[in-house]
Design a protein around this ligand. Structure first.
Ligand code: ZN
Length: 135
């Protein structure tokens, strides 16, 4: 038995939908499904932050804005995602925005990230472009 602790896949999906992780964002993380909408991609990226899937974050990032590499800060634990609003981003659109509030706990303190993210399609797949932080 290893005494090292490691992150294990959560049972309930971190994105907040009432589904097991394996059947929800886990399918996107494993590459078995693609996001149908910008909101679904946003949820899957939030879940990737929650489970520490850096590779998924990079491959769901637009090639022109993607950082060369990503090392997630192990501090914050992402505890809840609120989708506040969306524009476009459906199966019939090629761009979309998602405004969200992501709640975290870091060292016993709670915080939140409020952002309006922009999404587009690259090679047909929804990808994250960039985001504007909101107060
Ligand atoms: Zn999910």
């Amino acid at each position: 038995m290893s005494r090292r602790t490691r992150r294990t896949a959560p049972v309930t999906c971190p994105c907040g939908l009432p589904a097991p992780y394996a059947d929800c964002c886990g399918r996107l993380h494993r590459g078995e499904a693609g996001a149908a909408t910008a909101e679904q991609l946003m949820r899957s990226r939030y879940s990737a932050f929650a489970v520490g899937d850096e590779a998924y974050l990079l491959r769901s990032w637009h090639s022109t804005t993607r950082p060369p590499r990503l090392e997630l800060d192990p501090g914050p634990r992402w505890v809840r995602l609120e989708i506040l609003g969306t524009t476009d981003g459906s199966a019939f659109h090629s761009t979309g925005t998602v405004e969200f509030r992501a709640h975290y706990v870091d060292g016993g303190r709670t915080g939140e990230q409020h952002e309006n993210s922009r999404f587009t399609r690259e090679g047909g797949a929804w990808v994250y472009v960039d985001g504007v932080s909101l107060p």
